[in-house]
Write a protein that binds this ligand. Structure first.
Ligand code: 26V
Length: 819
């Protein structure tokens, strides 16, 4: 069925009945008194019924077939809203729309009442959510495991230009998609000591006696694949105290003390860590990591053994993927389960562990690589620390046995970082304990081999492979952009919905037809009008939908170079002021993104965007030519509104630093042209889309490295050679955009002049020139729209279905089901 085809009336009646029954018996409301939110809940519960039917079937089929299962362990799942996702994958979208309209309810209105589930920070968490959907679509028996945070990523508001953080409360009205499973819970230990006990056959066995115990309770969310393929499970753990109320203390009048243990235990699943990882040095973060790993391994082991399998067949029946190093403690935990609890010999346990686990790396930035102080590990996870020492000793001994004595090499591959304060390197632990280690784009994988894992790669040359990221087209094209989807269906046939990876290619031929180009341009125009409306409602700023929408949306990080874009904005502003007559391309610069609460420089960048916005938008000389907006509270839903409305996608990280990027793919899929560096997946996008249909600029990764090696990098030379850049820096540094506090950007400008770790000044002129090329092409609409359509047509390969097929075949050895 096409997305907008006319639904069968009997299905509509059935759905209507399902909604009304749930409204009455689950929500407890009569249609006459129901609020919009009551309707939302009733519709979600009705949709859930269809999910559950498929869920039971999937579970039965997998149990019967004894197929190998995939376990995706991730501290983050950035899910977003699920109503349209679920209805659409169930093939019920139009049925629901019609049923509700016959009940006098507007699906468009109630869908906005669903909170945006933000159990993740950015790309890594969103990738996990796309993967879950693709695995269900491809009939791969998979479980996602994570934490059911009570509070997701903070809500961002902007007050006087500064980011403010507010607690996110997605569970306030309950979560209609989840099933609490109180019967499925496990004990998680912390602290205590390691005892040696008799193993019953004359030997000794080490046994961990934790001091503190917390319960992990399962909450399941069904994940339904496209066309109702499989329904898999996302199992999220909630921390509960073993004993919720200490009655003795309560009766003695100590009301706080009575619940103190509960508060401590339950804090583990209270809130998502908002830094992409720098400040995650806290003990609580390590507790979160171990908590969900321990619960997940117990759970999957119980399933494995429950099916009559024995422990030795684990790698044949289970593939466990570690999403970054956050779950890397799984290496030590699985060893502990096998050796201490099941009595296996070390070597055998090690073989099983390595064969079962695999690890994905998502960043090479040194400050983002996880390591834990040995002291903290010893206190919180004493047995794991011993196991890590043992792994390290066996590993180093094996190297010495191979006559490898090079001190620098041994130091580099050790699990323990010696220095001021010894630390456990989680990246090295994951590398050694997994049979497969992968990067997320070709360039990133190459850099993994050359930098962070250089020495380990020399020792294990077959371990690292590449799996370039992808995105689910169901959410990022069909749901986010129904109008473009309808155009694709009209021109390419319905098959495009089932096989966009291949079918989209045929859209290229249509790029030659002016009638199709016009329709393509029209759907963009409509999306831009809707975004303009959203901007006006939120910010009281009017933008012209005919202007070029130049969009930079992602987490705020220095390496992502929002500053480069802002400097361009300032230079463009000054250029227009100097000579408004020569400027012919009206532009709207659109920014959105959150800064980690403790990342001062990122917060200052947000303030700068807002300062520039206020100044530029209030200046009548540039009116009609330049507008700047910062849209607060970037999240999945906002991305779904912005991306279809973008003409230009900003992917301008310092080359070598963005592991992949995934919004780059979403933009191109929706036909935005990319202005970008040869970084992350941009490189592979360029190979497929063609350099004529993108605006590539700037230093390449190797050039960035060469410049860094050259040392003593003063930017004076670049700045002196670029009067435009100099002028922009002077304007910032002298308070032109911050008259209330002229000093505000002095330090920031100095860091660009004298340090410029991210090569903003170096790349400035090249970026300026690339932006000029953008304007030239924009002034030739036929060529612009052709390039835009070619983007949509040529990005099929960046589907997460393709990525998942590669993981399944090459890492997990799980064949996809019947598609
Ligand atoms: C963490 C940190 C923490 C310290 C400051 C700098 C910094 C920069 C990045 C990160 C991200 C950690 C992991 C992560 O989210 N990586 C993202 O993963 C995406 C999915 O593979 C990928 O597309 C993004 O390029 C990558 O940044």
């Amino acid at each position: 069925m096409a997305l907008d085809s006319i639904p069968d009336q009997s299905e509509v009646e059935t759905f209507k009945h399902a909604v009304l029954t749930r409204l009455r018996y689950a929500v407890g409301k009569d249609p006459a008194d129901a609020y919009d939110h009551d309707w939302f809940e009733a519709v979600a519960l009705a949709a859930r019924k269809y999910q559950v039917d498929g869920w039971e079937e999937t579970t039965r089929t997998i149990d019967r077939s004894q197929r190998k299962r995939v376990y995706y362990l991730s501290l983050e799942f950035l899910i977003g809203r699920l109503l349209i996702d679920n209805l659409s994958n169930l093939g019920l979208l139009e049925v629901a729309r019609q049923a509700l309209s016959e009940l006098g309810v507007d699906l468009e209105r109630i869908r906005l009442l669903e909170p945006d589930a933000a159990l993740g920070n950015g790309g890594l968490g969103r990738l996990a959510a796309c993967f879950m959907e693709s695995m269900a679509t491809l009939d791969i028996p998979a479980h996602g495991y994570g934490i059911r945070y009570e509070h997701g990523l903070f809500k961002q508001t902007v007050a006087d230009g500064w980011q403010q953080e507010h607690t996110e409360t997605w569970l306030d009205f309950g979560n209609p998609w989840e099933f609490e499973r109180p019967e499925c819970s496990y004990t998680i230990g912390f602290g205590g000591s390691v005892l040696s006990e008799d193993d019953g056959s004359g030997g000794q066995r080490l046994c961990w006696e934790p001091l503190e115990r917390v319960r992990a309770v399962a909450y399941d969310m069904p994940i339904v694949g496209w066309r109702n393929a499989s329904v898999n499970t996302l199992r999220l753990w909630r921390a509960r105290a073993e004993e919720t109320l200490r009655l003795d203390r309560f009766n003695a009048g100590d009301y706080l003390g009575a619940v103190a243990d509960t508060v401590r235990a339950e804090s583990i699943s209270r809130v998502l860590y908002p830094a992409d990882s720098t400040e995650a040095g806290q003990e609580l973060r390590l507790r979160q990591e171990y908590f969900f790993v321990c619960a997940s391994l117990q759970d999957l082991m119980q399933r494995h053994l429950g099916h009559g399998e024995e422990v030795h067949s684990l790698p044949r029946q289970a593939a466990i993927q570690l999403n970054d190093t956050h779950p890397a403690i799984a290496v030590a935990e699985l060893m502990r389960l096998l050796v201490d609890e099941r009595g296996l010999e070390w070597d055998e346990a090690w073989g099983l562990t390595v064969a079962t686990l695999s690890y994905t790396n998502h960043t090479l930035l040194p400050e983002a690589l996880e390591s834990w102080p040995v002291g903290l590990m010893e206190r919180l996870l004493p047995r794991h620390m011993q196991i890590i020492y043992l792994i390290n000793a066996f590993h180093i001994d094996a190297l010495r046995a191979k006559d490898i004595h090079d001190f620098d090499l041994l130091r580099a591959v050790s699990l323990i970082e010696e220095g001021h304060g010894r630390r456990v390197r989680m990246g090295n632990l994951a590398f050694l304990g997994c049979h497969s280690v992968n990067g997320v784009s070709a360039l990133h994988t190459e850099l993994m081999r050359e930098t962070v894992f250089r020495e380990l790669h020399r020792l294990y040359p077959n371990r690292i492979s590449n799996k370039t990221n992808g995105v689910t087209f169901r959410r990022w094209l069909f749901q986010a952009n129904p109008e473009l989807t309808a155009l694709l269906v009209d021109t390419l046939g319905e098959e495009v919905l089932d096989d966009p990876e291949n079918r989209l290619r045929d859209f290229a031929a249509h790029a030659e037809k002016s009638s199709v180009r016009q329709r393509f341009a029209q759907q963009r125009r409509n999306a831009k009008e809707r975004l303009a409306q959203l901007i006006e409602e939120n910010l009281a700023i009017r933008v012209d939908p005919d202007a070029l929408f130049d969009v930079h949306i992602k987490r705020i990080h220095e390496y992502k170079r929002q500053l480069l874009n802002l400097l361009h904005t300032v230079a463009l502003y000054q250029d227009i002021r100097n000579d408004p007559a020569t400027h012919r391309v009206p532009r709207v610069k659109i920014f959105a993104g959150k800064a980690a609460p403790s990342y001062q420089q990122a917060k200052l960048i947000i303030k700068l965007a807002n300062d520039i916005s206020r100044m530029v938008n209030g200046d009548p000389t540039v009116r009609g030519l330049l507008k700047v907006v910062f849209i607060p509270n970037y999240n999945v839903s906002l991305a779904e509104s912005i991306i279809p409305a973008a003409d230009l996608s900003e992917q301008i990280s310092t080359a070598g630093l963005e592991a992949s990027g995934t919004s780059n793919m979403k933009f191109a899929l929706n036909g935005a042209l990319t202005i970008g560096t040869l970084d992350g997946a941009n490189v592979e996008m360029c190979e497929r889309i063609g350099p004529d249909n993108m605006f590539i600029f700037g230093l390449k990764a190797q050039q960035v490295e060469a410049r860094k090696r050259a040392g003593e990098l003063s930017m004076q030379h670049e700045i002196a050679a670029s009067p435009r850049l100099e002028e922009a820096l002077i304007a910032l540094g002298t308070g032109v955009f911050s008259p209330d506090d002229p000093q505000r950007y002095v330090a920031l400008v100095d860091s660009l002049r004298y340090d410029d770790r991210f090569m903003v000044c170096t790349d400035f002129d090249a970026y300026w020139d690339a932006q000029e090329r953008v304007e030239q092409l924009w002034q030739k609409p036929a060529r612009w729209w052709k390039a835009s359509m070619l983007n949509t047509s040529r990005v099929g390969w960046f589907s997460s279905d393709r990525t998942i097929r590669e993981y399944a075949e090459e890492i997990w050895k799980v064949p996809p089901g019947e598609e």
